[in-house]
Design a protein around this ligand. Structure first.
Ligand code: NAD
Length: 335
């Protein structure tokens, strides 16, 4: 089967980690064809816009995109290209796994294996209704949470639990204080949870969740939460398993899905061959799961684990003396 995917090489370390990722994917005979499209700073320079129509058309046609991080220049049109992409394609589920890997700088070398399912289209994070009073003394932001948005993300989390054999979903909220928005999310989550008696469901307030994650991360399986809480919690979880170089994310909607690394363009190391390609590679593994190629996805993850175990050509963030391409060549050889 041949599947065409849109590939966005991105800014900063983006092209380096994308080349490394495609090198590994090419070694797997996946039947993937790449349609390259521009976004971010590189698109602004080449086409005069951050998110060209041709890129949107490519994603709409192929329905699957693999994307490197992008720079949104300050003061250019929209506040974030990523938020814009999520809005355009209604990519409502942001799925971020955090798993302990060997030989990483993790404080928890074993036992962390959780997924944060973050609502991706509503809430404070999207920055709706922002204003600053003329005297600069008062700032406003509107936070909108809907029953529909809450229901579909919680349902996604429970369906994911069933599909992946996970046993527990923790609903993370702040309904004790944010009684309207977080309150609606929690109430809706309870209704959905009742339809899944085979999956354990518990509720946890977001501040306590942060402490519990740091002290006893093994108690979590799937976390489902609203946009801003999910943004913060998923980076915390990336820290639990050894940093951003190992944290992938999928943005999933009904008509399209975009797979990426959680980290940004890392301008401090761009062009130096130091970037760890694992986060984007793990994003590619999520893409293969999404495409129904679960056996291939597992092979890719197993090759990454074998390379980490062998300390084979690791990048400097993992304490190695390899570079982006030698690391990916090692992973490809373990495939
Ligand atoms: P960042 O994630 O780019 O970097 C944070 C730190 O982590 C840096 O020290 C960096 O060197 C390191 N790091 C990140 N990825 C790494 C990797 N693969 N291997 C080794 N080290 C890695 O965060 P930032 O500095 O806050 O943001 C830089 C830019 O990225 C900003 O313009 C921001 O808007 C953008 N950004 C884009 C995305 C995206 O497109 N998905 C996400 C976050 C930030």
């Amino acid at each position: 089967m041949t599947q065409t995917i849109t590939v966005i090489r991105g800014d900063g370390i983006g092209p380096e980690i994308m080349d490394a990722t495609l090198h590994v994917l090419d070694s797997m005979n996946l039947g993937l064809q790449y349609e390259f499209a521009d976004a971010g700073l590189v698109a602004l320079e080449k086409h005069g816009e951050l998110l060209p129509q041709a890129t949107l058309d490519s994603i709409r046609k192929n329905r699957i995109a693999l994307k490197s991080p992008l720079t949104t220049p300050v003061g250019e049109g929209f506040s974030s290209i990523n938020v814009e992409l999520r809005k355009r394609f209604d990519l409502y589920a942001n799925v971020r796994p955090a798993k302990s890997f060997p030989n990483t700088k993790s404080r928890f070398p074993d036992g962390v294996d959780l997924i944060t399912v973050r609502e991706n289209t509503e809430g404070a994070y999207i920055g709706e209704g922002q204003s600053l009073s003329e005297d600069g003394e008062t700032a406003l932001l509107t936070q909108k949470v809907t029953r529909r948005g809450s229901e579909r993300i919680v349902r996604y989390a429970f369906d994911l639990a069933r599909k992946t054999g996970r046993k527990k979903v923790t609903v993370v909220h702040k309904a004790n204080i944010l009684k309207s928005t977080s309150g609606l999310f929690l109430k809706t989550a309870r209704t959905v949870a009742a339809e899944y008696p085979d999956i354990e469901c518990n509720e946890m307030i977001v501040d306590n969740t942060c402490m519990q994650l740091v002290m006893r991360p093994e108690q979590f399986d799937i976390i489902v939460t609203t946009n801003l809480f999910g943004d913060i919690i998923s980076d915390l979880c990336a820290g639990l398993v050894g940093g951003l170089g190992l944290a992938p994310g999928a943005n999933i909607g009904t008509d399209a899905a975009i797979f990426e690394a959680v980290h940004g363009t890392a301008p401090d190391i761009a062009g130096q061959g130091k970037a760890n390609p694992c986060a984007l590679l793990l994003g590619a593994a999520q893409m293969l799961d999404h495409l129904g190629q679960t056996e291939k996805a597992e092979r890719l993850r197993a090759a990454i684990i074998a390379t980490l175990e062998a300390k084979d050509s690791l990048t400097p963030d993992l304490g190695g003396s390899g570079n982006t391409m030698s690391f990916s060549q090692a992973i490809a050889s373990w495939i």
